[in-house]
Design a protein around this ligand. Structure first.
Ligand SMILES: Cc1cc2nc3c(=O)[nH]c(=O)nc-3n(C[C@H](O)[C@H](O)[C@H](O)COP(=O)(O)OP(=O)(O)OC[C@H]3O[C@@H](n4cnc5c(N)ncnc54)[C@H](O)[C@@H]3O)c2cc1C
Length: 437
């Protein structure tokens, strides 16, 4: 006999499923597809009843780092067929534009979530071994001792069903109920900005489907071209700007984006749909495993959306999880071995990136080292490529710092010497401190 949080229940042997996954969005569907293809039986439960449901508050810029995961899932081609765009990134900074040469730039994927989420869910539901259960919310965990043995789900009428499984996966987003039920350790880190965004129909914001961000120090704006000729315009100012956005979100978004340097054509574009806003979004860092349980996607790590990385990491962490636990679920090793492997991989891939993202999320101004990097990247194509590789999450911060910082410092020193020679005059130490050049 084992006890569930909801009451007493008996755990039979063998379990009903190899895996039960809570949450049928990016991380949950990607995990289900890969585990199902590995020959495992998967219950994929989703609290929303509508198969077409999608995450509304998301600008869906899927970083180049996640493109191999999309290819492996067999989704890249269908995404492009559905109108999704391949898009490189350029960044405006106070030192000028940072733009890697097109042939060296990472190519993101951009498709609205209202098309992407149902596509993933359909693919998961069609995968042999995967049973999609809609309208079933994760309610409590089945346990024996400290080990999780299954999940109790509840439908809209209040009917509860026990789903016993060798592994329970929480893929239920940044406010993960599964993580809360499991009581995994969690760090909550402050977020100093808020986000508003909306789709607009109008002229493209930049040539060649290029996406643009403006690092306005400390504010931020973006223009992401997407399917159907639409552009997602976004603003992420610090919280002192909140009253004007609350008063009239549409007008505030338009005037904020129209005021950025070399502004995109938002003024002559037409708002399509609602203006979406998210005000509180603290960064959440959780231990992604417990006995019999794993967390993936935002449930494991939910960071500031400013850098457009959550969707990519949801797909990638699902892949790391499936690869780590498949041998154990096929019976070739104890489950804990696979879970430990997943935890190590998750940490190795994301810890450095998350540290930087969480630090900048406070709303602080651009730091000294960022000034050095950004100013050099605006001046030198090799530093711009490294900036692009880091921003598109194709390399880790440690590698970028070790390889690129010395070059960035040299680029800026040469620039300073040339400017001084050109100006024929000395700048004061105070002026030099204010400018990284
Ligand atoms: C303003 C904003 C802009 C963003 N822009 C970008 C961007 O440009 N690029 C990018 O990569 N990322 C972006 N993100 C982040 C991105 O939206 C998330 O990282 C991504 O959706 C995480 O996917 P997920 O599958 O882990 O979780 P989610 O997409 O949040 O899905 C969780 C799923 O679990 C279900 N669920 C919840 N509770 C339960 C339960 N109790 N039982 C069963 N099911 C449950 C939900 O209904 C949902 O389907 C943005 C986020 C915000 C807030």
């Amino acid at each position: 006999m084992a006890e569930s949080a909801a009451g007493k229940s008996s755990i039979t042997n063998p379990p009903d499923y190899d895996v039960v996954i809570a949450g049928a969005s990016l991380a949950g569907c990607a995990s289900a597809i890969l585990l199902g293809r590995a020959g495992l039986s998967v219950a994929l439960v989703e609290k929303r009843p509508d198969p077409q449901a999608f995450k509304r508050t998301c600008s869906h810029f899927i970083q180049a780092s996640a493109v191999p995961a999309l290819e492996r899932l067999g989704l890249l081609e269908p995404i492009i067929e559905a109108g999704g765009l391949r898009s490189r990134m350029r960044a405006w900074t106070p030192w000028g534009w940072i733009e890697a040469p097109p042939e060296r730039a990472g190519q993101a994927v951009n498709l609205r979530r209202e098309l992407l989420d149902p596509m993933l869910r359909e693919t998961a539901a069609a995968t042999p071994g995967v049973e999609l259960m809609l309208g079933q919310g994760a309610q409590s965990l089945l346990r024996s001792g400290t080990r999780v043995r299954g999940l109790v789900v509840r439908d809209r009428e209040g009917k509860e069903t026990e789903l016993q499984a060798s592994l329970v996966v929480g893929a239920d987003g940044r406010d993960s109920h599964v993580a809360e039920l499991a009581g995994v350790a969690e760090k909550v880190l402050p977020h100093g900005r808020f986000a508003y965004g909306a789709y607009f129909d109008g002229p493209p914001p930049a040539p060649d489907q290029t996406s643009t961000i403006w690092m306005l120090d400390p504010n931020w704006a973006a223009a992401f071209p997407t399917d159907s000729g639409l552009t997602f315009y976004a603003a992420m100012p610090t919280k002192d700007r909140l009253p004007e956005f609350r008063r009239d979100p549409g007008a505030a978004l338009k005037s904020f984006v129209a005021a950025v340097p070399e502004a995109p054509p938002i003024g002559v574009s037409r708002l399509v749909g609602d203006v979406m806003g998210k005000i509180e979004m603290p960064n959440r860092v959780r231990v992604p495993i417990a006995p019999g349980l794993a967390l993936t996607g935002d449930a494991a790590l939910a960071v500031d959306p400013l850098f457009g990385i959550g969707c990519g990491w949801a797909l990638q962490s699902a892949e790391w999880l499936a690869d780590s636990v498949t041998p154990a679920l096929r019976g070739t090793e104890p489950l804990q071995g696979g879970l430990d492997r997943y935890r190590r991989r998750h940490r190795k891939e994301l810890r450095g990136h998350a540290f930087i993202v969480n630090d900048y999320a406070t709303g602080r101004p651009i730091s000294w080292s960022e000034r050095v990097l950004f100013s050099a990247a605006a001046r030198d194509p090799k530093v711009a490529v490294a900036f692009d590789e880091l921003g598109t999450r194709r390399i880790k911060p440690g590698r970028m710092m070790a390889r690129t910082m010395p070059r960035a410092i040299a680029v800026n020193a040469r620039h300073a010497l040339r400017s001084r020679a050109g100006a024929g005059q000395q700048t004061s130490p105070a002026q030099r401190l204010r400018s990284p050049s």
